[in-house]
Every structure is written in structure tokens, then in C-alpha cells.
Design a protein around this ligand. Structure first.
Ligand code: CP
Ligand code: NVA
Length: 301
């Protein structure tokens, strides 16, 4: 039976624990010369730009012994109107798995419902679960534990925030999100997280209140891919939500800073913070590689 990875909730807390342990092993160089996916091909169907997700997957797939096939929808027949149904059926005959980066989360659900191979969400407007795996690994690496960690997310209630909510509720992290009115995370994602009651999730307006005594302070862009038309309006709404040295001073002295990247330096985060001693953003970007290799092994090996 194939397993999809459309949201972090497609894995149990125990499975995430195992996957993170495996990612740590892979990062240490263990099994460097093992190629568990030799002879396999994995598709990357990306409707949006990507640096980290695309390159870490292409490199990780190569390191696991498999081949990555990058597909831009404009260059395959789906861009000329071939249906998701036909595309999913045909790609299932060639590939072992497909990673899809798209706009509507429903596209992923529809593709997965017709696909005979695992479908992995490489980012949709609603979720970014591969990012959340890298975030969890980074918190574990820097703080030595997940349970009971105080995580503050300051910014838009977007795909990254929704997957962080899943991550926090599955792994026992207490999460405080600060966002302006009208920019809250998805209500269904929040409801599921609150129902699992593994941790406390709070939605606030005040960034300082969220950052107060936090172990980890996280932010993301104010204008996500596909929202370019709302750019000016969103930038006005978020002007008091910048992660700068004043905001970070409310967190614990040893707090770390995370950002999924790409960063809009000078908007949601200052140079001083992203390049500062508390920043873990480049380790966080690296950890995308190790966690996605562990995920592919888990789904396919
Ligand atoms: N964080 C992340 O997913 O980055 P890319 O958009 O570059 O893949
Ligand atoms: N929220 C951002 C994340 C990019 C990795 C976006 O969707 O553009």
C-alpha cells in the first residue's frame, strides 16, 4: 500500500521520531555509500520556483542511488490541458514516487487519489510538510529535545505556519503564533492540532508576547508565491512584525532563529538577525537534505 506525504499528519509522532533519528544518522555520514533506491526514478513536478526543495531533493535522490526527473508543468502535457487523472496514471507506470509543488492543495489530493505511487507535497498554498521535517531536525539538533520547547512564529499564517502547527501538535512543542488580524493560519489545521492536545497552540496579535521567553523564534516572508498582487497591502499589515534585535530580546538569551528561506532581508527579518550568532537558518536549509533522504527511504526503501 503506497503512503503519501501531503501533510505532516500523514506520519505519526513515532514515525517522525524515527525519521528524525535516521536523518541525524544520514547527516553523520552513516551509510554514505549505501544506495537503497538504486535503479529507481523519482519525479519532481514543480509549478512554482524553488531553490532548497528542488536542489536538496535532486542531490538527496542521487545520493540514495536513484534518478530525479524535474518537470516544469509548462513543458509537459499537463500545461496543455492533459488531466491530472491521466498524468497521475501514466507517471505511476514510470516513476517510484513524485514530489509536487503547486498552488491549490486540492491538486495534490486529486493527484494522490489517482496515483499508484507515493505523492510528496513539495509545498502547496496550504502546507509545507518537507520544510517542517527540516525545522524539527534543526530544533532537535540545537536544543536537544522537542517536547516542551517554546516556539514563537511571527508573521503570516501561511503554508509554513500551518505545517509548523502540525509539527508542534504532533511533537509536543508549545507554539505561539503572532499575526495581524485576517492573516491567521488555516482554521481546520488549528482545530485538528487543538483536538490532539499534545501541546499548547496560541494565536496572538502581539509579536513580543509570542517571542517572550521563547526557545525558538521563526519567521517567513510576508508575501508568499502567488500573492504578488497583494504585496503592498500585506507589507503595510506586517510592518510591526519584523524579526529584529528588539523583538529577539524578548526571547530567551540562548534562543535560536529560524526562517525557511528565501528571506526578504529588511522586511520580515533584518540582516543583523539572519546573519547573527543566534541564527540557525543555514543549518535549517541543510537539514532539508537529510530529512528528505530519510523520508524517501521511509516511503520507498
Ligand atoms: N524553503 C523552501 O522551500 O525553499 P525553496 O522555495 O527555495 O524550495
Ligand atoms: N510561504 C512561502 C514559503 C516559501 C518556501 C511561500 O509559499 O512562498
Amino acid at each position: 500500500m503506497k503512503r503519501d506525504f501531503l501533510t505532516l499528519r500523514d506520519l505519526s509522532s513515532e514515525e517522525i521520531d524515527l525519521l528524525l533519528k535516521r536523518a541525524v544518522e544520514l547527516k553523520s555520514g552513516k551509510d554514505k555509500n549505501k544506495c537503497p533506491l538504486i535503479g529507481r526514478s523519482i519525479g519532481l513536478l514543480f509549478e512554482k520556483a524553488s531553490t532548497r526543495t528542488r536542489v536538496s531533493l535532486e542531490v538527496g535522490i542521487y545520493q540514495l542511488g536513484a534518478q530525479a526527473i524535474y518537470m516544469n508543468p509548462k513543458e509537459i502535457q499537463i500545461g496543455r490541458g492533459e488531466t491530472i487523472y491521466d498524468t497521475a496514471k501514466v507517471l505511476s507506470r514510470y516513476l517510484s514516487a513524485v514530489v509536487i509543488r503547486t498552488f491549490s492543495h486540492n491538486t495534490l489530493i486529486e493527484f494522490a487519489s489517482h496515483s499508484l505511487i507515493p505523492v510528496i507535497n513539495g509545498l502547496s498554498n496550504l502546507h509545507h510538510p518537507c520544510q517542517a521535517l527540516g525545522d524539527l531536525m534543526t530544533i532537535l539538533e540545537k536544543k536537544g529535545r522537542l517536547k516542551g520547547i517554546r516556539l514563537a512564529y511571527v508573521g503570516d499564517g501561511n503554508n509554513v505556519a500551518n505545517s509548523l502547527i502540525d509539527a508542534a501538535s504532533l511533537m509536543g512543542i508549545n507554539l505561539a503564533i503572532a499575526c495581524p488580524k485576517g492573516c491567521e493560519p488555516d482554521p481546520d489545521v488549528l482545530e485538528k492540532a487543538k483536538a490532539s492536545a499534545n501541546s499548547v497552540i496560541t494565536i496572538l496579535k502581539d509579536p513580543k508576547e509570542a517571542a517572550y521567553r521563547a526557545d525558538v523564534v521563526y519567521t517567513d516572508v510576508w508575501v508568499s508565491m502567488g500573492q504578488e498582487k497583494e504585496s503592498a497591502k500585506k507589507k503595510r499589515k506586517f510592518k510591526n512584525y519584523q524579526l529584529n534585535s528588539n523583538l529577539l530580546s524578548y526571547a530567551k538569551n540562548d534562543a535560536i532563529v529560524l526562517h525557511c528561506m528565501p528571506a526578504h532581508r529588511g522586511e520580515e527579518i533584518t540582516d543583523e538577525i539572519i546573519d547573527g550568532p543566534q541564527s540557525a537558518v543555514f543549518d535549517q536549509a541543510e537539514n532539508r537534505l537529510h530529512t528528505q533522504k530519510a523520508l524517501l527511504e521511509f516511503l520507498l526503501a
